[in-house]
Design a protein. Sequence first.
Lengths: 225, 225
Amino acid sequence: MQNDCRNCPFKTKATSMLSECSLDQLTSNHLELKLKKGDSIIKQGTYSTNVVFLRTGLAKIHLAGPYTEQIVKMVNAPSYLGLPTTFGSKINQYSVTAVSDAEVCFIDLEVFQNILDENKEFNREIIQEFCKNELESFHRCANRTQKLIRGNMADAILDFADKIFKSDTFMLPLSQTEFANLVDTSRESVSRVLTEFDKDGIISVKGRQIEILNKKSLQLISQNG
Amino acid sequence: MQNDCRNCPFKTKATSMLSECSLDQLTSNHLELKLKKGDSIIKQGTYSTNVVFLRTGLAKIHLAGPYTEQIVKMVNAPSYLGLPTTFGSKINQYSVTAVSDAEVCFIDLEVFQNILDENKEFNREIIQEFCKNELESFHRCANRTQKLIRGNMADAILDFADKIFKSDTFMLPLSQTEFANLVDTSRESVSRVLTEFDKDGIISVKGRQIEILNKKSLQLISQNG
DNA sequence: ATTATTTTGTGATATGCATCACATTGTATA
DNA sequence: TATACAATGTGATGCATATCACAAAATAAT
């Protein structure tokens, strides 16, 4: 299955910087796949030989912590996945799993490296990505460990609304157990805080359907009080 | 102050891949500085126009969390500092401070970008670095949040011994308050656990002088029990 | 439809650790 | 050498939240 990457409507900023030549190289060296919710994209502990381009959909990056599975972050399309794990280690250090239906392209590592070598602009964009990710992870580190649960949950909900779904109404793409693993709490606490927020009129919760009713409040809780 | 970068005895793996030409460019576009313990290298909130090369010494990367200053990680020479913050944002998103006497070179951002563009091998090594860092931060995220204090303290002590000082005897380069910020606890807990470890004969603590007496135990506590 | 299985809600209890409070030691500064 | 200030040790107390224990929904499988 090889669509022409030149016409791919889902290019990242980086990809749009590629030369025709490199795009052709991509075209002839990628494997396109349609995935369903829950399908594994990258599996911790297995050999990594591909970089993955997430064309459409939403994925979670997670890994085995000392006790429970830890969800490190959510990534939505379009985005490259697995760069750290394929470049930084022979064996995948983390898993990536689709949490919605998704389309992905598996790109051979060498081809990707080659393209990285040959396209300055692309290279810069990818490095830019790395930098943003590292900054993000620094901030997450400081926030997650210092804030109380309500603050972290507020954060996560705002993130879903603003960064992932770009809407104040959305379906939570995770179970409460998973949500707990993302926010560093217990499943029970997630449940409690969610109903709490609902009772306080800050959000409305109907099953996994969430609507932000009072964004200001949520932001205040996020900044913490 | 411009020593010839070609003869610099503190090159990183990446730097050793540079072309003569690029090394000359570096030579004529860097500012070499001797710093003392406690001196600021990068300051959160200020404009970032330089990449910093840590020639010798030890530094902490830290940023203002919602409540307290959070130490994200320790970095020892030789290493580049501030890439994420200079490439990823105009304003520094974090601080870097020397925790020992240190020597640094300030490198103009454009020059560094240029060198990154012109040297494939160097570029690859830098990307490799980014990948390793991201993996590390994922693991740290999972460990820090799931482990109890004793586990995290054991981790940190092992890290100092194995990665930073390469010796089982070393001077803790941080006050207990700082150590607490690194390990996500309170100063008091650091003090308590340290004396605990000492009493159990796992480490010996004399002021900031630390000696690991029973590494197996420490590793066990790190893996957690 | 019926049963099995996963997901969620909610109380009661336990606990790890932060916080407070103050003593003590160590280290700069006059 | 005296004085001030920062860093550390240690007990007592409180609190946020994990854990346990079920019940109730909701989903999936038969």
